[in-house]
Design a binder for this molecule. Sequence first.
Ligand code: NDP
Length: 226
Amino acid sequence: MENNNVAIVTGASRGIGREIAKSLAKRGIIVVANYNKSEKEALKLQEELKKEEIAIDIFKADISKKEECEKLIKYTENKYKKIDILINNAGIDKYQLIDEVKEEDWNEIINTNLYSAFCMCQGAVKNMIHNKKGCIINISSIWGIVGASQEILYSISKAGMDGLTKALAKEVGPSNIRVNSIAPGIINTEINNNLSNQEIDQIKEEIPLNKIRENTRYCKMCKLVN
Ligand code: NDP
């Protein structure tokens, strides 16, 4: 399927980002899939798609650092000349009581989840404004809306991401650039590995279907099915 659009997906080596990157690449979109620590997984994704004769570009960058975000943007612009889609997906979480939170925790979580999204947006919108076209999707979280006990930094980062989304949507909307957040509930990926069975059961009780999404797949009509 031919498609001229160019997308950057941050944190595409594992979990949700990997599935987004795969799904875009399968639609013929040129994807730059960012990873940081999980090089093996990123290469595996490339191999997996290659078997289906689908190309995907991978690029290592620690997006918690502004200069690394700039490298990722520059790489994409130099190679593909434009950025049509930006998916700010990379994220981390840590379970802590408020008095356990140290300055380095603040820097790590806020920089990875929020400052990265700001830096990536700042870099990408220049290109998008020039082309009068663009789509930015920030992967936020339900915890940014309702708050999560013992996940204060995570909740702050996701609430901040929603603020970024709303403000930027107004600023760049007139240039034909859409900015939206998606706030998933719980999805079974490695980010939730620290949850105990008891905590998982408590979360399930609050979900109308009483289950956590496992292996998600998309039907032909693009509706999520389980
Ligand atoms: P995973 O832990 O499975 O994957 C996290 C991804 O983020 C990895 O690809 C990891 O790459 C990347 N990443 C982390 N730090 C950095 C960094 N400094 N630079 C570049 N990449 C980085 O988590 P999920 O797939 O579950 O989470 C994806 C997003 O979805 C996150 O923003 C999360 O907050 C959000 N979300 C998840 C929910 C869930 O229940 N799973 C619910 C709501 C929101 P690498 O390993 O290569 O470093």
